[in-house]
Design a protein around this ligand. Structure first.
Ligand code: NAD
Length: 416
């Protein structure tokens, strides 16, 4: 990572570039580059062996100008306050690009959850939520799953919060099981959003998505759904990799079969529909579309020069390093940035929150229809901004986000 290792400073670099182009007011600039609230808590837990351990947790509400803070909770040994703050800032910009009435937040606990029993994991989750209970709520801050957290953990979050406030409050968290107020379509939403913006990019660039070739890195939630839905609109998925291996077939892979295979084997390695391929070869394929949907920092100064794709749709968060961003820009590759390309997830989280607050649940077709409308609108807002400011889509996405948050900050004024 650049910028002295600070992820927050890397976020600021992206912010500053866009704010300069936008001619952002200096005072508002200061407001938008400071987190509103950073909470650090100690969570003592009695472990199964009878000993007490204390885990550190964070919740950052970066900005709540447009609405309640929104963002996931991450369980990972490398969580830092710097990282959580950067992720909370990115959520602020993502929600603003997606045009949903949320601010940005993020949480994390420094823990390797694989070393905890289910009982310890539940105890840690409940203690962490109890420690931040006054700061969260449907009107204040709405957590969601992130790395190493899932719908079961969100169920414990919802229950703990509800016990503290004395009534069932489903809208305090999104990414819940469907049975307790989760939304239909949420699981597929991020991949669906990737498909929609890729289809719009093809239209804009003048190539037919039917028959277009696609390579996908990562075959988890985002990668597999993106591949499946792109295949369903006629694209040809020629290569996929995951943590263990990859498969290439120039005639196209059978994604439905690959999903079944991955469910059974926990990897796509060994799938019979093609020949093996690794990430380096996948990135260098002569394809129309590349979808990085695995981890951050995958497209770097080292491999950006070898990429031949016309379009990169960033399903993952932060898959492109700042130096790679410059190389891709100079080479004229059309990069749909993460805060736009993977915003389908948070958009449908917004729909989940709306449904919980209304107590009225939509058909899946309605969720998908509304997502389609929101993603198409977001894509075109960013595209038009990039044309107006003669800049790349990443900077344009920041410009859209910053100007939305800045406008409302000015309207609301400085409370003193
Ligand atoms: P996931 O855990 O379901 O899947 C991750 C996939 O990446 C797995 O298939 C894994 O095998 C693969 N992978 C790991 N290391 C790899 C490597 N070195 N090379 C190739 N593949 C590798 O996670 P996910 O929910 O699909 O999230 C993927 C990315 O998308 C993350 O950056 C996440 O932050 C981002 N994202 C997810 C959502 C969502 O709704 N799930 C929303 C927005 C952004």
């Amino acid at each position: 990572m650049e910028s002295g290792g600070s992820i927050f400073n890397a976020m600021l670099q992206e912010f500053d570039g866009a704010a300069r182009l936008l001619g952002l007011d200096q005072g508002i600039w200061k407001v938008l580059t400071h987190p509103k609230r950073q909470i650090a808590v100690s969570c003592p837990i009695q472990m199964d062996n009878g000993e007490i351990e204390v885990f550190t947790g964070y919740r950052v509400q970066y900005n709540i100008t447009l609405g309640p803070a929104k963002g996931g909770i991450r369980y990972h040994p490398n969580v830092t306050l710097d990282e959580v703050t950067a992720l909370a800032a990115w959520m602020t910009w993502k929600c603003a690009v997606a045009h949903v009435p949320f601010g940005g937040g993020k949480g994390g606990i420094i823990v390797d959850p694989n070393r905890l029993s289910r009982r310890e994991l539940e105890a840690l989750t409940r203690r962490y939520i109890a420690e931040i209970v006054d700061a969260i709520g449907p009107e204040k801050d709405v957590p969601a799953p992130d790395v190493n957290t899932n719908d079961q953990i969100m169920a414990w979050v919802m229950d703990t919060y509800s016990m503290h406030v004395g009534h069932t409050a489903t809208a305090v968290v999104t990414g819940k099981p469907i049975e307790m107020g989760g939304s239909l379509g949420r699981r597929e939403a991020t991949g669906r959003g990737v498909m929609i913006v890729t289809r719009e990019a093809a239209k804009h660039l003048g190539f037919d998505i039917k028959g277009a070739t696609v390579a996908v890195q990562g075959f988890g939630n985002v990668g597999s759904v993106s591949a499946d839905l792109l295949a369903k609109i006629g694209a040809k998925i020629v290569a996929v990799t995951d943590w263990k291996g990859g498969v290439y077939n120039e005639k196209g892979l059978d994604i439905a079969k690959m999903i079944d295979y991955a469910k059974q084997h926990k990897t796509i390695e060994g799938f019979s529909g093609g020949e093996p391929i690794d990430n380096a070869k996948l990135f260098a394929l002569d394809v129309d579309v590349l979808v990085p949907a695995a981890l951050e920092n995958q497209i770097t100064g080292q491999n950006a020069g070898s990429i031949k794709a016309r379009v990169i749709a960033e399903g993952a968060n932060g898959p492109t390093t700042p130096d790679a961003h410059q190389i891709l820009h100079d080479r004229g590759i059309f990069v749909i940035p993460d805060i736009l390309a993977n915003a389908g997830g948070v958009t449908t989280s917004y729909f989940e929150w709306v449904q919980d607050r209304h107590g009225l649940f939509w058909e899946e077709s309605e969720v998908n229809h509304r997502l389609e409308t929101k993603m198409v609108e977001a894509f075109h807002d960013v595209l038009e901004t990039s044309i107006r400011y003669k800049t790349d889509l990443r900077t344009a996405a920041y410009i859209v986000a910053i100007s939305r948050v800045a406008t409302v900050t000015k309207m609301r004024g400085m409370y003193a």
